[in-house]
Design a protein around this ligand. Structure first.
Ligand code: C5P
Length: 229
């Protein structure tokens, strides 16, 4: 089965407090985006990569991606004002003939090749529309109201934290994004849009290393993990 990789990289990085958006910060001689893309380079089924980014980073992104991928087709396109729009733009640029689409945040450079492969095997062998790399929640999750009062405590043994990659059958994902656009629904991940249209999505257990570089502490941790300082 053929795989397209979609990488949203158009975020501004405001929560990190840096001038340069997160994917373009350099750690150990490479941008975070390049570290991330390298994890997918040797995935057998991968045929196409679509990266969405902001206007100012189109050229740099093309250079980074061309240095990583030799045999696969690379498309670099404009992202949107929210992650969901960045992914949607990418989906519209993806080849019609692909079977599976993996979406992976540009700012998760610590995903492992074996985890990506585990996800692909599950998607191919189980009766599901998608798979999501996830970890069991470490802390107890609270659902709160607008007044910060706790409304609900979900049973922790049933709560998992969704990471990326999230990989789906292409037609189901396209339908989910079309439905979200038509109904004005916003999701904070891709799976939630597929779940909304009744899709069956399986979690595949990953690990905590695959965190999303979001806050300053995450960046310090990424520095330690990639360059030992
Ligand atoms: O901001 P957040 O942590 O949700 O970002 C997750 C990923 O989505 C990042 O790789 C970021 O660059 C990307 N993103 C995007 N377009 C946006 C916002 C975020 O591609 N408008």
């Amino acid at each position: 089965k053929h795989l397209t990789l979609v990488v949203p990289a158009a975020g501004s990085g405001s929560r990190l407090g840096e001038d340069i958006p997160k994917p373009y910060l350099t750690i150990a001689g490479k941008t975070i985006l390049e570290h991330t893309l390298l994890k997918f380079r040797d995935i057998n089924q991968l045929r196409e990569i679509v990266i969405s980014t902001s206007d100012q980073y189109l050229d740099q992104t093309r250079e980074i991606a061309d240095a990583v991928f030799n045999t696969q087709s690379v498309k670099v396109i404009r992202g949107g004002d929210e992650r969901q729009n960045s992914v949607m733009n990418a989906l519209h640029s993806a080849s019609g003939s692909t079977d599976f689409v993996a979406i992976h945040d540009a700012v998760r450079p610590f995903v492992k090749k074996t985890q990506i492969e585990n996800c692909l095997v599950k998607l191919d062998s189980e009766d599901v529309d998608g798979v999501v790399l996830a970890v069991p929640a470490k802390d107890t999750i609270k659902e709160i109201g607008s007044d910060n009062l706790i409304e609900r405590t979900p049973d922790r043994s049933k709560v998992w934290l969704a990471q990326t990659p999230q990989i789906f059958k292409k037609e189901v994902l396209m339908k989910a994004y079309q439905n979200a656009a038509e109904s004005g629904v916003k999701g904070t991940d891709d799976s939630s849009l597929v779940e909304r249209i009744g899709g069956r999505v399986l979690v595949v257990e990953g690990d905590g290393d695959n965190f999303k570089i979001t806050f300053p502490l995450d960046l310090r941790l990424a520095n330690i993990m990639l360059s030992g300082r």
